[in-house]
Design a protein around this ligand. Sequence first.
Ligand SMILES: [Zn+2]
Ligand SMILES: [Zn+2]
Length: 319
Amino acid sequence: MACCEVMAGRKASLNSKELHMSEAYKYYLKFWGTRGSLPVNSPAHRKYGGNSACVEIRRDRQSIIFDAGSGLHLLGEELMAELACEEINRASSKNREAMRDIDIFISHFHTDHICGLPFFAPLFDPHFTIRLHYITDDKRTQKTDKLKSILENYMSSPFNPIGLAGFKANYSFCPHKADETIKLGAFSIIGHPIPHPNGCHAYRISDGRYDIVYATDTEHIRGKLNENLIHFIKNSNLLIYDSTYDDTHFARYIGFGHSTWQEGIRLCQAANIEKLAIFHHSPQATDDALDKIAAKARKLWAGAFVAADFQLVKLADER
Ligand SMILES: [Zn+2]
Ligand SMILES: [Zn+2]
Protein backbone atom coordinates (compact mmCIF):
# COMPACT_ATOMS: atom_id res chain seq x y z
CA MET A 1 0.00 0.00 0.00
CA ALA A 2 1.39 3.46 -0.87
CA CYS A 3 1.92 5.81 2.05
CA CYS A 4 0.52 9.32 2.26
CA GLU A 5 2.39 11.86 4.37
CA VAL A 6 0.34 14.19 6.55
CA MET A 7 2.06 17.56 6.85
CA ALA A 8 2.05 19.03 10.35
CA GLY A 9 -0.59 21.64 11.14
CA ARG A 10 -2.14 24.24 8.92
CA LYS A 11 -0.18 26.39 6.53
CA ALA A 12 -0.77 30.05 5.83
CA SER A 13 -2.39 30.84 2.54
CA LEU A 14 -2.97 33.95 0.51
CA ASN A 15 0.13 35.74 1.68
CA SER A 16 2.68 36.39 -0.97
CA LYS A 17 5.50 34.37 0.62
CA GLU A 18 3.53 31.20 1.15
CA LEU A 19 1.06 31.52 -1.67
CA HIS A 20 2.82 28.98 -3.81
CA MET A 21 4.03 26.66 -1.09
CA SER A 22 1.90 23.93 -2.63
CA GLU A 23 4.03 24.03 -5.77
CA ALA A 24 6.80 22.14 -4.01
CA TYR A 25 4.54 19.12 -4.25
CA LYS A 26 3.07 18.15 -7.55
CA TYR A 27 0.57 15.78 -6.04
CA TYR A 28 -1.25 16.46 -2.81
CA LEU A 29 -4.54 16.69 -1.00
CA LYS A 30 -5.37 20.01 0.63
CA PHE A 31 -8.03 20.76 3.21
CA TRP A 32 -9.57 24.15 2.41
CA GLY A 33 -12.47 23.85 4.85
CA THR A 34 -12.79 21.32 7.67
CA ARG A 35 -15.68 22.75 9.67
CA GLY A 36 -19.22 21.39 9.49
CA SER A 37 -22.70 22.88 9.73
CA LEU A 38 -21.60 26.53 9.85
CA PRO A 39 -18.42 28.45 8.98
CA VAL A 40 -17.05 30.00 12.15
CA ASN A 41 -14.38 32.54 13.06
CA SER A 42 -13.13 33.60 16.49
CA PRO A 43 -9.85 33.79 18.38
CA ALA A 44 -10.63 30.26 19.62
CA HIS A 45 -10.87 28.89 16.05
CA ARG A 46 -7.53 30.09 14.65
CA LYS A 47 -5.48 26.91 14.73
CA TYR A 48 -7.86 24.55 12.95
CA GLY A 49 -9.74 27.19 10.97
CA GLY A 50 -13.43 27.77 10.50
CA ASN A 51 -14.26 27.30 6.82
CA SER A 52 -16.85 24.71 5.92
CA ALA A 53 -16.22 21.55 3.91
CA CYS A 54 -13.92 21.73 0.90
CA VAL A 55 -11.09 19.34 0.00
CA GLU A 56 -8.91 19.48 -3.11
CA ILE A 57 -6.82 16.77 -4.73
CA ARG A 58 -4.26 18.32 -7.05
CA ARG A 59 -2.02 16.39 -9.37
CA ASP A 60 0.17 18.61 -11.52
CA ARG A 61 -2.41 21.13 -12.65
CA GLN A 62 -5.51 18.94 -12.43
CA SER A 63 -7.85 19.99 -9.61
CA ILE A 64 -10.55 17.68 -8.28
CA ILE A 65 -12.58 19.26 -5.51
CA PHE A 66 -14.89 17.63 -2.99
CA ASP A 67 -17.65 19.90 -1.73
CA ALA A 68 -18.08 23.61 -2.15
CA GLY A 69 -18.34 24.92 1.41
CA SER A 70 -16.91 28.31 2.38
CA GLY A 71 -13.37 26.91 1.96
CA LEU A 72 -13.95 26.93 -1.82
CA HIS A 73 -13.73 30.74 -1.81
CA LEU A 74 -10.03 30.80 -0.84
CA LEU A 75 -9.26 27.87 -3.16
CA GLY A 76 -10.62 30.01 -6.01
CA GLU A 77 -8.59 33.05 -4.93
CA GLU A 78 -5.40 31.00 -4.78
CA LEU A 79 -6.09 29.42 -8.16
CA MET A 80 -6.58 32.85 -9.77
CA ALA A 81 -3.33 34.09 -8.16
CA GLU A 82 -1.46 30.99 -9.37
CA LEU A 83 -2.78 31.56 -12.88
CA ALA A 84 -1.66 35.20 -12.79
CA CYS A 85 1.82 33.96 -11.78
CA GLU A 86 1.84 31.41 -14.61
CA GLU A 87 1.00 34.20 -17.03
CA ILE A 88 3.82 36.42 -15.73
CA ASN A 89 6.21 33.48 -15.99
CA ARG A 90 4.89 32.77 -19.50
CA ALA A 91 4.00 29.19 -18.62
CA SER A 92 2.71 27.18 -21.54
CA SER A 93 -0.89 27.79 -22.52
CA LYS A 94 -1.41 24.03 -22.06
CA ASN A 95 -0.56 24.39 -18.36
CA ARG A 96 -2.98 27.27 -17.96
CA GLU A 97 -5.70 25.41 -19.83
CA ALA A 98 -5.28 22.45 -17.45
CA MET A 99 -5.67 24.77 -14.45
CA ARG A 100 -8.83 26.24 -15.96
CA ASP A 101 -10.49 22.84 -16.18
CA ILE A 102 -12.02 21.89 -12.82
CA ASP A 103 -14.19 19.09 -11.44
CA ILE A 104 -16.24 19.64 -8.27
CA PHE A 105 -18.01 16.72 -6.57
CA ILE A 106 -20.88 17.65 -4.25
CA SER A 107 -21.65 15.20 -1.42
CA HIS A 108 -25.11 16.70 -0.78
CA PHE A 109 -26.84 20.04 -0.83
CA HIS A 110 -26.87 21.25 2.78
CA THR A 111 -25.65 24.85 2.78
CA ASP A 112 -22.32 24.15 4.52
CA HIS A 113 -21.41 22.11 1.41
CA ILE A 114 -22.47 24.56 -1.32
CA CYS A 115 -22.19 28.05 0.23
CA GLY A 116 -18.80 28.67 -1.40
CA LEU A 117 -20.07 28.30 -4.97
CA PRO A 118 -21.40 31.89 -5.35
CA PHE A 119 -17.97 33.12 -4.16
CA PHE A 120 -15.78 30.88 -6.35
CA ALA A 121 -13.97 33.30 -8.69
CA PRO A 122 -13.42 30.77 -11.54
CA LEU A 123 -17.19 30.49 -12.00
CA PHE A 124 -17.25 34.15 -13.02
CA ASP A 125 -14.44 33.81 -15.57
CA PRO A 126 -15.35 32.73 -19.13
CA HIS A 127 -11.96 31.05 -19.59
CA PHE A 128 -12.83 28.26 -17.12
CA THR A 129 -14.58 24.94 -17.71
CA ILE A 130 -16.19 23.64 -14.53
CA ARG A 131 -18.09 20.38 -14.12
CA LEU A 132 -20.35 20.06 -11.08
CA HIS A 133 -20.77 16.36 -10.27
CA TYR A 134 -23.31 14.83 -7.94
CA ILE A 135 -24.99 11.49 -7.38
CA THR A 136 -28.67 10.84 -7.86
CA ASP A 137 -30.49 7.58 -8.36
CA ASP A 138 -33.74 9.35 -9.11
CA LYS A 139 -34.32 8.93 -12.86
CA ARG A 140 -36.52 12.05 -13.00
CA THR A 141 -33.87 14.29 -11.48
CA GLN A 142 -31.21 12.78 -13.72
CA LYS A 143 -33.16 14.27 -16.60
CA THR A 144 -34.05 17.58 -15.01
CA ASP A 145 -30.73 18.50 -13.39
CA LYS A 146 -31.48 18.37 -9.70
CA LEU A 147 -28.38 20.39 -8.82
CA LYS A 148 -29.24 23.08 -11.37
CA SER A 149 -32.69 23.65 -9.89
CA ILE A 150 -31.27 23.62 -6.33
CA LEU A 151 -28.64 26.21 -7.26
CA GLU A 152 -31.18 28.28 -9.19
CA ASN A 153 -33.22 28.54 -5.98
CA TYR A 154 -30.18 29.11 -3.78
CA MET A 155 -28.83 31.82 -6.09
CA SER A 156 -32.11 33.64 -6.60
CA SER A 157 -33.79 36.58 -4.84
CA PRO A 158 -34.00 37.16 -1.91
CA PHE A 159 -31.09 34.87 -0.98
CA ASN A 160 -28.63 36.04 -3.60
CA PRO A 161 -28.64 39.04 -5.99
CA ILE A 162 -26.62 37.44 -8.80
CA GLY A 163 -28.44 34.36 -10.04
CA LEU A 164 -26.91 31.60 -12.14
CA ALA A 165 -26.71 34.05 -15.06
CA GLY A 166 -23.81 35.67 -13.20
CA PHE A 167 -21.65 32.59 -13.78
CA LYS A 168 -19.66 33.27 -16.97
CA ALA A 169 -17.58 30.09 -16.94
CA ASN A 170 -18.45 27.20 -19.20
CA TYR A 171 -20.07 25.16 -16.43
CA SER A 172 -22.15 22.01 -16.56
CA PHE A 173 -24.06 19.71 -14.23
CA CYS A 174 -23.03 16.06 -14.24
CA PRO A 175 -25.42 13.67 -12.47
CA HIS A 176 -24.14 10.15 -11.84
CA LYS A 177 -25.57 6.98 -10.42
CA ALA A 178 -24.29 5.64 -7.12
CA ASP A 179 -21.52 3.06 -7.52
CA GLU A 180 -20.88 4.16 -11.12
CA THR A 181 -17.18 4.56 -11.96
CA ILE A 182 -16.41 8.09 -13.14
CA LYS A 183 -13.12 8.36 -15.05
CA LEU A 184 -11.18 11.62 -14.92
CA GLY A 185 -7.71 11.33 -16.41
CA ALA A 186 -5.75 8.97 -14.19
CA PHE A 187 -8.46 8.99 -11.52
CA SER A 188 -11.49 6.79 -10.97
CA ILE A 189 -14.18 8.15 -8.68
CA ILE A 190 -17.14 6.29 -7.24
CA GLY A 191 -20.01 7.76 -5.20
CA HIS A 192 -21.77 5.71 -2.54
CA PRO A 193 -24.86 6.53 -0.42
CA ILE A 194 -24.35 7.09 3.32
CA PRO A 195 -27.07 7.69 5.95
CA HIS A 196 -27.81 11.41 6.48
CA PRO A 197 -31.05 13.47 6.52
CA ASN A 198 -31.91 14.38 2.86
CA GLY A 199 -29.21 11.91 1.72
CA CYS A 200 -25.47 12.18 1.20
CA HIS A 201 -22.81 10.38 -0.82
CA ALA A 202 -19.26 9.43 0.05
CA TYR A 203 -16.67 9.42 -2.73
CA ARG A 204 -13.77 7.05 -3.24
CA ILE A 205 -11.05 8.38 -5.49
CA SER A 206 -8.33 6.13 -6.81
CA ASP A 207 -5.38 6.51 -9.14
CA GLY A 208 -4.34 2.87 -8.87
CA ARG A 209 -1.73 3.80 -6.25
CA TYR A 210 -3.70 5.80 -3.69
CA ASP A 211 -7.26 5.32 -2.56
CA ILE A 212 -8.81 8.20 -0.65
CA VAL A 213 -12.36 8.24 0.71
CA TYR A 214 -14.26 11.44 1.43
CA ALA A 215 -17.14 10.43 3.73
CA THR A 216 -18.60 13.49 5.37
CA ASP A 217 -22.07 13.90 6.89
CA THR A 218 -23.19 10.48 7.99
CA GLU A 219 -24.72 9.07 11.15
CA HIS A 220 -23.79 5.68 12.59
CA ILE A 221 -25.80 3.33 14.75
CA ARG A 222 -24.19 2.84 18.15
CA GLY A 223 -22.59 -0.58 18.52
CA LYS A 224 -23.17 -1.55 14.89
CA LEU A 225 -20.58 -0.76 12.22
CA ASN A 226 -21.94 0.24 8.81
CA GLU A 227 -21.00 -2.88 6.80
CA ASN A 228 -21.80 -1.25 3.44
CA LEU A 229 -19.48 1.63 4.29
CA ILE A 230 -16.74 -0.76 5.44
CA HIS A 231 -16.97 -2.55 2.12
CA PHE A 232 -16.78 0.79 0.26
CA ILE A 233 -13.77 2.18 2.18
CA LYS A 234 -11.84 -1.09 2.55
CA ASN A 235 -8.01 -0.90 2.18
CA SER A 236 -7.93 2.82 1.41
CA ASN A 237 -5.01 5.02 2.40
CA LEU A 238 -6.98 7.88 3.90
CA LEU A 239 -10.52 8.16 5.23
CA ILE A 240 -11.87 11.70 5.67
CA TYR A 241 -14.77 11.14 8.05
CA ASP A 242 -17.63 13.07 9.69
CA SER A 243 -16.39 13.49 13.26
CA THR A 244 -18.80 16.18 14.44
CA TYR A 245 -19.34 14.53 17.81
CA ASP A 246 -17.66 12.50 20.52
CA ASP A 247 -18.88 9.08 21.72
CA THR A 248 -19.31 10.45 25.24
CA HIS A 249 -22.09 12.88 24.27
CA PHE A 250 -23.34 11.23 21.05
CA ALA A 251 -26.61 10.04 22.65
CA ARG A 252 -27.84 13.66 22.76
CA TYR A 253 -27.47 14.03 19.00
CA ILE A 254 -29.00 10.85 17.62
CA GLY A 255 -31.00 11.75 14.51
CA PHE A 256 -28.89 14.85 13.73
CA GLY A 257 -27.15 12.94 10.91
CA HIS A 258 -23.55 13.00 12.16
CA SER A 259 -20.96 10.66 13.60
CA THR A 260 -18.02 10.62 16.03
CA TRP A 261 -14.24 10.51 15.69
CA GLN A 262 -14.21 7.26 17.69
CA GLU A 263 -16.51 5.67 15.07
CA GLY A 264 -14.04 6.88 12.43
CA ILE A 265 -11.28 4.98 14.20
CA ARG A 266 -13.43 1.85 14.52
CA LEU A 267 -14.17 1.99 10.77
CA CYS A 268 -10.48 2.44 9.92
CA GLN A 269 -9.52 -0.52 12.08
CA ALA A 270 -12.26 -2.72 10.61
CA ALA A 271 -11.47 -1.72 7.01
CA ASN A 272 -7.64 -1.80 7.10
CA ILE A 273 -7.15 1.92 6.50
CA GLU A 274 -3.85 3.72 6.89
CA LYS A 275 -4.98 7.16 8.13
CA LEU A 276 -8.07 8.91 9.46
CA ALA A 277 -8.71 12.62 8.96
CA ILE A 278 -11.06 13.77 11.72
CA PHE A 279 -13.25 16.18 9.74
CA HIS A 280 -16.48 18.25 9.78
CA HIS A 281 -15.70 19.78 13.15
CA SER A 282 -18.57 21.18 15.15
CA PRO A 283 -18.64 25.02 15.11
CA GLN A 284 -18.55 24.73 18.91
CA ALA A 285 -15.26 22.81 18.89
CA THR A 286 -12.56 25.33 19.85
CA ASP A 287 -8.85 24.87 19.17
CA ASP A 288 -8.43 23.61 22.74
CA ALA A 289 -11.23 21.07 22.31
CA LEU A 290 -9.77 19.85 18.98
CA ASP A 291 -6.27 19.63 20.51
CA LYS A 292 -7.71 17.37 23.19
CA ILE A 293 -9.45 15.21 20.58
CA ALA A 294 -6.17 15.00 18.61
CA ALA A 295 -4.29 13.74 21.69
CA LYS A 296 -7.01 11.23 22.66
CA ALA A 297 -7.38 9.99 19.08
CA ARG A 298 -3.63 9.45 18.65
CA LYS A 299 -3.56 7.43 21.86
CA LEU A 300 -6.42 5.27 20.65
CA TRP A 301 -5.04 4.80 17.13
CA ALA A 302 -1.79 6.22 15.72
CA GLY A 303 -3.24 6.77 12.22
CA ALA A 304 -5.71 9.46 13.35
CA PHE A 305 -5.19 13.23 12.98
CA VAL A 306 -7.47 16.24 13.29
CA ALA A 307 -7.64 17.96 9.89
CA ALA A 308 -7.13 21.74 9.80
CA ASP A 309 -7.92 24.30 7.11
CA PHE A 310 -4.99 24.65 4.66
CA GLN A 311 -3.37 21.40 5.84
CA LEU A 312 -1.65 19.32 3.18
CA VAL A 313 -1.38 15.58 2.73
CA LYS A 314 1.55 14.94 0.45
CA LEU A 315 1.08 12.16 -2.10
CA ALA A 316 4.09 10.72 -3.88
CA ASP A 317 3.95 10.95 -7.64
CA GLU A 318 5.55 7.90 -9.19
CA ARG A 319 4.20 7.37 -12.63
ZN1 LIG B 1 -22.25 19.24 6.74
ZN1 LIG C 1 -25.43 17.61 5.85
